[in-house]
Design a protein around this ligand. Structure first.
Ligand code: SF4
Length: 364
């Protein structure tokens, strides 16, 4: 491949065809960092709904460092992969306390911050500081695999080094930020997974897969294992006009988010019995399970859940927490003040409608 010509063709295309995105209109390293953290696992269309309000709420790294975790998670609610938000929060505190509020303009230093892996480090350093580091994300892997007919497996972390080596080799060191964004943009708009637009592709002349009509053979992947499905029982515990919500531990899956108590249904156990048991184990409350409210299905990256939701009434006991770290008795109106996982948010409208109709019927 003529690398210089490839870079020129890519840049010319990007200069004319790039999407106007808010994070491309700033040179503020903090704002670019936020965008890259969001972009890592979320679609651009979704980020466009979150990015402006997030920056309005936390316009500077100092504002983010001072944020209350619940406030931060509320802003992030619905984007998923909440560890990203928690790590960004921790990293912002370090930037303020150790680097005077300046995002480190040095790859090695920046790479030590929580949540900053190879991708974020290369993206922020190249885009914000013009440092010559090549990004490798899913789009880049696909484009490289097709351009160079790479045999490396795109979904095998041990093969990432092969993609990184090729990305480094093709990187334009004079304009690395634009180069990285152009390659990712090409993957998003032209070299799409199922429908590569080779006829209009600006780098077709350099593409080994297109020239041998083997676009759909790349990238190579190892077969995926089947994702397990877990059956979860959840209880909405009512006590007078309040309902109980609990907060998950700050770290781990969905850390810091609020939810209704519950947990996995054991083998041979009914969902209703699991609901009662889990509430008792997590809070020491004794409840009566009244009726089934909803069944919700949700897919995470490595597993799926089927959630059976029950309405329960408080019978006895004082809340003593075992797994959760905090709890509140809240009214229906207050629920939206708290960040919930998507699987919970899927049934909250149904819960609110149901409890509101009961309130109307009872004339309260
Ligand atoms: Fe992808 Fe086709 Fe362009 Fe090759 S020519 S990079 S396969 S869109």
């Amino acid at each position: 491949m003529d690398i210089l010509q490839f870079q020129t063709d890519l840049h010319q295309w990007y200069a004319h065809e790039q999407r106007q995105l808010p994070w491309r209109e700033t040179t503020d390293p903090y704002k670019i960092w936020v965008s890259e953290v969001m972009l890592q696992q979320t679609q651009v269309a979704t980020i466009l709904r979150y990015y402006p309000s997030f920056l309005e709420r936390f316009p500077t790294v100092e504002a983010l460092a001072q944020a209350d975790l619940t406030d931060l998670l509320k802003q992030w609610e619905g984007m998923g992969y909440y560890a990203r938000a928690r790590n960004l929060h921790k990293a912002a505190k370090i930037v303020v306390t150790q680097y005077g509020g300046h995002v480190p303009a040095d790859y090695a230093t920046f790479r030590t911050l929580p949540g900053v892996g190879d991708y974020i480090a290369a993206a922020v350093q190249s885009i914000a500081f013009n440092q010559p580091y090549a990004v490798v994300d899913g789009n880049v892997k696909r484009v490289l695999a097709r351009l160079l007919t790479l045999e490396a497996l795109a979904n095998d972390s041990q093969h990432k080094v092969h993609f990184q080596r090729e990305a480094d080799r093709l990187l334009d060191p004079h304009r690395p930020g634009n180069h990285n964004q152009a390659l990712m943009e090409l993957g998003a708009l032209v070299c799409r997974p199922q429908t590569p637009q080779c006829l209009i592709c600006p780098v077709r002349a350099h593409c080994a897969a297109a020239q041998s009509a083997r676009q759909m053979e790349f990238p190579k992947r190892k077969p995926l294992r089947r994702t397990p499905t877990y059956h979860i029982a959840v209880g909405v515990v009512q006590k007078a006009d309040k309902i109980l919500i609990t907060q998950r531990k700050p770290d781990g899956l969905l850390g810091g988010l609020w939810e209704f108590p519950g947990g996995k249904v054991k083998k041979g156990e009914t969902a209703e019995a699991a609901c009662r048991r889990e509430i008792q184990e997590e809070t020491e409350l004794i409840v009566d399970v009244q009726h089934h409210l909803a069944t919700v299905k949700h897919a995470y990256s490595h597993f799926r859940i089927k959630l059976d939701v029950f309405l329960c009434t408080y019978r006895s006991g004082e809340v003593t927490l075992h797994s959760p770290v905090d709890f509140r008795w809240v009214t229906l109106d207050q629920i939206t003040d708290f960040p919930f996982p998507t699987a919970n948010r899927k049934f909250i409208p149904q819960l609110v409608a149901h409890l509101t109709s009961l309130t109307v019927q009872s004339g309260q």
